[in-house]
Ligand binder design. Sequence first.
Ligand code: MSP
Length: 670
Amino acid sequence: MSKKFYITTPIYYVNARPHIGHAYTTIACDTVARRHRMLGDDTWFLTGTDEHGQKIERAAQAAGKTPQQFADEVSETFRTSWERLGLSYDDFIRTTSDRHKEGVQALWRKIRDNGHIYKGTYTGQYCVFDELYVDAVGPGAPCPDCGRPTETVHEENYYFKLSAFEDKLIKLYTEQPDFIRPETRRNEVISFVRSGLRDLSVSRSTFSWGIPVPDDPKHVVYVWLDALANYITALGYGQKDQSKYEKYWPGIHMIGKEIVRFHCVYWPAFLMASGLPLPKGIVAHGWLLFEENKMSKSRGNIVRTETIVDVLGIDALRYFLLREIVFGQDGSFSFDALVQRYNADLANGLGNLASRTLTMINRYFRGEVPYPSQTGRTPADEAIASTAKRVIAEFDSLFDQYQFSRALELAWGLVAAVDKYIVENEPWSLGEKQDEGSRARLATVLYTSAEALRIVTALSHPIMPDATAKIWTQLGLGEIRKFDLSALQWGQLRLGTKLGEIQAVFPRADKSAVERMHKMEELKSENAAVTSAPPSTSPATQEAAVKPESSAGTKPGTAVPDGKISIDDFAKVELRVALVKTAERVKGADKLLRLEVDLGTEVRQLVAGIAEAYEPETLVGRKVVIVANLAPRKLRGLESNGMIVAASPEGGKPVLASFLEDVPIGTRLK
Ligand code: MSP
């Protein structure tokens, strides 16, 4: 009987569109799921969207939509994005679906009937962003978790007796040390639980966007109880057909480090309270940063996967994320690092190994895998075989411990060893000779290389499904997804196998690839500025943003001589005095500085092409003039919210506009 394997991603909030951070978790799960399928396990891979709660209700309001309309639209963008990335999920759960609601209500009843839910009142601070009651004092006090202002609430709620589960949880973490991975997260959770657990409010009555509490529909179920339950409701828990639940539960949850507490404390406690089996384990990864910075809307540095996929392909993205970032730790994403890794490991590494080996088999053996010589094997041949055997043995256990980067590093050690082996054995020189000894040696060298190529290809199929499928067909082995990975061994490549048609799998990327990706991101952010101007934008800027090509503002009938603009046109440009608070060079761009400027009412980020004229330190504390109502645009991945005004002498360096008299910050130039 085949083993069962169940893996889940977090379900993503629908208040943001999918980006590379969400893709990271989903790709990692997809890789694990694909490997289990290849090993012959009966695998189920779940992802979905988290659509209830006050945060979503407010985001919908701000967008002028009903929460359901809003959730439908954003949830669809996740599905579309996952389809484009070729992610192999088996089910996509939405928390607004009937099946989920039914399951959540069943779970609630079970916990309640077991005596773990009671009614109580709460007065205190609430953090809408985290959807948590927090220890903060007074209206607007900052949330101790995320620093955002909290809101004071007074509510009659249902409470879950979380405090009763302290000892049971500690026992769980102790008896099952790999319940929480990695170790650092496990230690944090243990000390959190040891510091004492308070009962948890599990209903809300101040808003209605949620699942009604059974038998008391004035309340809705707390969004985290609602969301966590997805892992079992998607399998049919609490519904008519529970067969999948019976078959696959319990499973493994993969999550980002910021939601460890919900998964490792609340979720097991809810399950203990309902008498259901606990998850097999929770694996938390770190944060993906963009060029060392946290990705966020306000910084304007959110990377979408489409750009990368369009330029380098899905496999390049998947390989990069799993190879470059040590799973569990924070890691940095940049287009430069992506292209470097792609060229080094894929174009020059696996791709080159495939094309040179297969081309030589074509040329010297009419496209059939040659017979290695049984006699006259050299230590170099044996060394490749034994490295390959070690790789097969160790790859598995590294993967099982979610150490993707180490597993890939190990396999690419074999790629490097074979490259060196080819260089040292010079098959191209052997190919020029006709004597029997040289032919036999050539056959051995090419067989050994092709077999090593087959092994790396099989092992990396879950990580790079498309490229490896192509190499597999080029090796003449048919469909890779039919290959049983659990049987992988050195020496299985059958002699005389007829190769398929050879094609380059990873064409080398030149420097322009990085530029192209930056450009595409910039264009996207400009388009975003055009199509989704925030509701707070003044009517004038909105019009300018929506119709950039028109001579916006010119009243019909107002004659304006050629090449001149009307006073109305000029009035549209909002020039203001701003004070430079910080200035720094933009990595990898000689001409750009990143500035933070104070406009009196707000501080914003600008990216200005003045690095050749000004040292960043000399600008701090200086007053400058900026165009304050320019639609945001992205430069080198950074959002620029406005433009600095400078004289630009022909062939010379820019000179910043300044004043002889002192002018208050924020003053408008007219
Ligand atoms: N809806 C909750 C989860 C409920 S699960 C029962 C939620 N959603 S979220 O949209 O904020 O997604 C958070 C998850 O997305 C993270 O835990 C992580 O898996 C992924 N990531 C989002 N941004 C990320 C990075 N910048 N880096 C790495 N992962 C990130 O929390």
